[in-house]
Design a protein around this ligand. Sequence first.
Ligand SMILES: [Fe+2]
Length: 241
Amino acid sequence: MEQNYDAYTAEDHQNWSILFDRQNKAVLHLAANAFRSGFLQLDLNPHRIENIPVRNITMKQKFGWQLHPVSGLLPLDEFLNLLINKEFPVTVYMRRKEELEFSELPDIFHDLYGHAPMLASPVFSEFISRYAEIAIGYINDPEAVEYMSRFYWYTMEMGLIEEEGKLKPFGSAILTSAGEMENIVSPDVPKRPFDVDDVLNAPYDSFNLQTQYFYLQSFEQLFDALGTFRQTLQNKAFATK
Ligand SMILES: [Fe+2]
């Protein structure tokens, strides 16, 4: 679909600007180094919603990725195919004023502020497309889909990494949510060292604050986990195959 840029209202741009300012003050300095570096390279407009076609003029050359405007959540095969082709789906919807604290569904702020900076990390962005290449072979198996969702959830959305002795978020659902940012520093919420088997066996609830997180030592560790991920999907069987 196209992003109908002229359809954004003054209030939409204002909502973008409010969120941008708030997250920059509250969150950016706490984020993972790769996220902050990508954020600086991306240099998003703080005052107005990004124009995706204009942004795409330089995206490919700078990051090797394109942004692909979508109206909402996609069928899994379409979603994974975009990632394989290094096209990152960006929801064009801008959340309303009453959703500033919590938006149940992804919006353009979540996708651009939260996800796009990590595309600048060569190892992480390669991880995303390799993940999708593996996952797409198993989309007809509900059990496999659950595993691939967990892997995505605890990394792309809720991932932490240990840097300079601190646990820093790179997951976009943390970086675009005030509630999750508070939650990750709570001593009552377990933070577990990343282990792909543990992640694949950890159910999650996307509508409430998380009850656990996983933290990486490096993004190479995540990339290396793809081998186990592939093996697990193969072994689980999938009686239908
Ligand atoms: Fe997301």
